[in-house]
Design a protein around this ligand. Sequence first.
Ligand code: C2E
Ligand code: MG
Ligand code: MG
Length: 673
Amino acid sequence: MSRLDYSTDSYRNGLIRVVCDIYTTQMSDCHRDMLTSLQVRAKVIVPIIQGETLWGLLNASESNKSRQWEPEEITLLKQLATQVAIAIGQANAYQQVKTELVERLQAEAHLRESEQRYSTLASAVPVGIFRTDPEGNCIYVNDFCCTISGLTLEEAKGTGWIKAIHPQDRDRVTNEWYETIKDNRLFRLEYRFEQPNGTVTWVLGQVAREKNAQGEITGYVGSLMDINDRKRAEEVIIHDALYDPLTNLPNRTFLVERIELALNKAKQEATYRYAVLFLDLDRFKVINDSLGHLVGDELLKSIAQKLKTYLKKRDLVARLGGDEFVILLENITGLEEVISITEHILQDCQTPLLINGYEMRISTSIGIVLGTTQYNQASHLLRDADIAMYRAKVQGRCSYKIFDANMHTQAVNRLILETDLRKALEREEFIVYYQPIIDIHQERLIGFEALVRWQHPTRGLVSPGEFVPIAEEMGLIVKIDSWIFKKACQQLASWKSKFADRFPLKVSINLSAQDLRKVSLIEDIDRILTETGLNGDSISLEITESMLIENINQTIVLLTKLKARNIKISIDDFGTGYSSLNYLHRLPTDSLKIDRSFVSGMKQGNRNYQIVSTIIALSNQLGLVVIAEGVETVEQLQWLKQLGCQFGQGYLFSKPLSAQAIETHFLQGNYFI
Ligand code: C2E
Ligand code: MG
Ligand code: MG
């Protein structure tokens, strides 16, 4: 077989050339010469057509003689050419397959290499990597995914991964995942995995689409980033912002949020009712001051634990600060339920607690507010519960009060009073009244008790009973008392120079607990005595018995200093406070003032009579002077005289009077008592 350029087009069209004798067939001389030299005399040329192409020519030749070609021979040659074409086609196909195979093997080797690299990378990175099919069914997860989820690759496949999602996040994640696929958008979500052993891992999951060359989605590839540290830090920040560090109870911010939810719910659901309980421990300050803050803290923690035990699932107990706690009761049936819970708390709180080896009984005062639809702000509920709590405290410790609108009016009035009180000092609206103190045996004036009055610009004269406790709470009393002390001393000094023949006379001045704590008390007293030229023996200080025992050792030091200046100490309102009989002998006091409630309630032989009699007997034994307060009748005076009481004070002799009235009625002219 040989390739011929001869009439290529006709061969391509399948033409068979038959030459019986080169000398009788028309052809070029040089062609004939070439055939002669090749010893070809006759020949048949059949094209070999493989597919569409002319692959070559099948050439059969007769060398020495001319020849007639038989049709069978031609047919045979044609068949041969066809066979050759098929063989060539097969050879070509084989070659092609071989090449393709090599190429494919190479490609597969490449793929394996790159997959190997990819999977090494995927298992080395501290990030979870997964792939899914276009429907979102998992087909691959890397090692990190397995570590986070606690699942094997096989377990995670398909929808197996869902069971490793934290139960609380499961719906959120699956909804988002399938909606992402449906809406053809990006997935980006923070959620938790929970392993069967309880280990919880927060992750940021992100997913991207995978597309083929035609732009069709072939699946999804996603990553899971461990965000545990950030979440923990966030949780700590959120916790700190919403919880009280000492008791671990929710704080005010948390409480306000919850009350606001309750408040809105009450507006939407007619049957939903809630209540706020404001609790304040009674006398907590005394514990804190006497046993120290550590014991105080322990006590608060125990109370917090105790309070939690009264709650139902939806209720909340929060610490507002100090010794103030608030309970939010939800889904209550009515006031009766709230009262029953409150009474239970009041009762249970009194069972002794053992704190750092001290057995403590602590009571609490509770203010109750029922949530009504009229409330729009949590702070208003808290305000009203606080007002009610305050009223409970005033009524007597270990009790509760339910808020009513009247209380609000009173609270507003009180606020106005506080504002006015602050201004009163600058505006010099206080005045001092004096009530004579009489030696009832000698019927002689021995001095006065200085009693403050407030000349209010619109309300007129306000009695100390109304504003002194408020001034004490506001911390204003120290300034007021210091002013009274100065005024009373100046007044006594002035009377001393004007009415020398009436002297010696003393002035008794009331002190509050806060005055005793004032560091500069002694210094201030010394200065005023020097300024007014009075001696200490012109002064008596009245201190209530509960004030004396609050900080007994410090008080003894202070009283001793006062005594060194010849200043007398009177225990005021004796018999009303905690029994200080145990302490009486330790305290450097000079006199007792029997509270007027005992004196006014005296009837021959009755209980008050007995008390007065006992106090007088006790005082005489201890060498203390007795002054009876509130002597109003001649009868009372007679009994007091009989019982051996030396001094008296009361309306029988005189009400407290202005300095001018005292001059007119007690110091000028011939008036003598
Ligand atoms: P207190 O020190 O026990 O004063 C005696 C109170 O009894 C005075 O009330 C006086 O007016 C009243 N009183 C005296 N005799 C009678 C009587 O026969 N019948 C009746 N019904 N009452 C009588 P006041 O002036 O209203 O003072 C009340 C309390 O306010 C005082 O009780 C004292 O604890 C406090 N207080 C008064 N002035 C001051 C002050 O300047 N500083 C301080 N810290 N407290 C003061
Ligand atoms: Mg007094
Ligand atoms: Mg008194």
